[in-house]
Design a protein around this ligand. Structure first.
Ligand SMILES: Nc1nc2c(c(=O)[nH]1)N[C@H]1C(S)=C(S)[C@@H](COP(=O)(O)O)O[C@H]1N2
Ligand SMILES: [Mo]
Length: 408
């Protein structure tokens, strides 16, 4: 027992070691021979948090750019729910001004494609129904960093995802209150409330996504995340939540929800977020990035040169089914030759949430390749291979997500 605890203590903060190793590497790469305190400090400095998310935990996130923040792999795993200050950020347009959350209840959303279309305020929505759902919010580009053809876009590894709790009114309750679904409707189309840049065709930049109408059954218009008013950076005052679907479909600061006969012709739908063959541009005949499929990964040890002492150790990670629930997860320590069932720990927060798993293992000195492979409630097994595609979407490959650990 004591040994186990010591072992875990050793692994406690691999991040700090990695940061150190990283800064030395950066110095070497920059070819800095002479020592100067100024260049040392500059080279070691990670990008600062952008102002609109300066409340994030700087130790737990990687700042890729002002519109992309990733949760560090080592930061996951202490609780099922990803705290707001660790959760990733992805903005296709600059984030709106903080003034949009000054009077949250006054925010308006236009409801269209129902029998009685009208605008409603968040204040009004709050009296129309209330449901809560725990779900994995995951960018479709999560895992892009593992694609060998280096797609353009943020090279996320595992941290463009989090498990979050959302509260709001079910979309179907709002639609019913407005007389029900209009004629010929096949899609639910949400529009983001960002101010669009002047002098550009709005269709090329607007965040507007169409989702098959059936997703309406589990969708919410949410004003709370993890028990707090939704932070502006995560879509406050009001966000469309579509459990089981990739992140891009969860429209932040939503200003219009339309039930439509056709998909929007906004670029983000028409040619963006398509599973296009490598070397080809996106087009509407290719599958759009919609429902998520079964996936898991190991968070501790986190790889990246993690060095752990021989003996008994605990492996942990997360597993989720995407549009389905998750049924189980196996772990391999030899790169996927042998597999053993891992144990889920902590609460089961429902079909759309992830579950944490643990796998105690006793290891001799050597190099190991740990992988995890989840199975969903329908028996679908997380695949070994990624589906190759130009933009690096939907990577669920267990092989790509494996971590190499040196035990000494
Ligand atoms: N209005 C709006 N909604 C949006 C986006 C955006 O840029 N604007 N980005 C989408 C993408 S690609 C993702 S992955 C998620 C990111 O959500 P988060 O920043 O709250 O983590 O929001 C989605 N919804
Ligand atoms: Mo995304």
């Amino acid at each position: 027992m004591t040994d186990t605890i010591k072992m875990i203590d050793n692994m406690e903060n691999p991040r700090r070691r990695q940061l150190l190793a990283g800064s030395v590497g950066a110095l070497a790469a920059a070819g800095l021979s002479g020592w100067s305190s100024k260049s040392l400090a500059e080279e070691a400095k990670p990008k600062p948090l952008p102002v609109y998310v300066n409340w994030k935990d700087a130790d737990d996130v990687i700042v890729h750019s002002s519109s992309t923040l990733e949760t560090r792999r080592e930061a996951f795993g202490t609780s099922v729910i990803t705290p707001a200050d660790q959760l990733y950020i992805r903005n296709n347009l600059p984030a709106p001004d903080a003034s949009i959350v000054a009077d949250r209840d006054a925010w308006q959303i236009a409801l269209e494609g129902v029998k009685n279309p009208r605008s409603l305020t968040v204040g009004e929505l709050k009296s129309m129904g209330l449901e809560t759902v725990a779900m994995v919010l995951q960018c479709s580009g999560n895992g892009r960093g593992f694609f060998p053809h280096k797609p353009s876009g943020t090279p996320w590894t595992v941290g463009a995802a989090g498990c979050t709790i959302w509260s709001g009114v079910p979309v179907r309750a709002v639609v019913e209150a407005l007389g029900g679904v209009g004629e010929g409707v096949r899609f639910m189309t949400g529009t983001g409330g960002e101010k669009l840049p002047d002098g550009i065709d709005p269709k090329t930049v607007i965040v507007e996504r169409s989702i098959p109408l059936q997703a309406m059954n589990q969708a919410l218009l949410a004003w709370e995340m993890n028990g707090e008013p939704v932070p502006m950076a995560h879509g406050g005052p009001l966000r469309l939540i579509v459990p089981g679907y990739y992140g891009v479909n969860h429209i932040k600061y939503i200003k219009r929800l339309a039930l439509t006969a056709e998909e929007t012709d906004a670029k983000i739908q028409k040619t963006g977020y398509r599973m296009s063959p490598i070397g080809e541009k996106g087009n509407p005949s290719q599958p759009s990035v919609l429902a998520m499929t079964v996936k898991s990964w190991i968070n501790h040890p986190s790889g990246a040169g993690d060095s752990v002492r021989a003996g008994l150790m605990q492996i942990d990670g997360v597993a989720f089914g995407g549009i389905n629930g998750v049924k189980g997860v196996e772990v391999s320590w030899d790169g996927g030759k042998a597999w053993k069932e891992a144990t889920f720990v902590g609460p089961d927060m429902g079909r759309y949430a992830w579950r944490q798993f643990v796998f105690p293992v006793k290891l001799k000195a050597g190099t190991y390749r740990f992988a995890s492979r989840a199975t969903d409630s329908q028996g679908n097994v997380q695949p070994e291979a990624r589906v190759e595609n130009a933009s690096g979407y939907s990577n669920t490959s267990w092989h790509d997500h494996a971590v190499e650990i040196v035990v000494s």
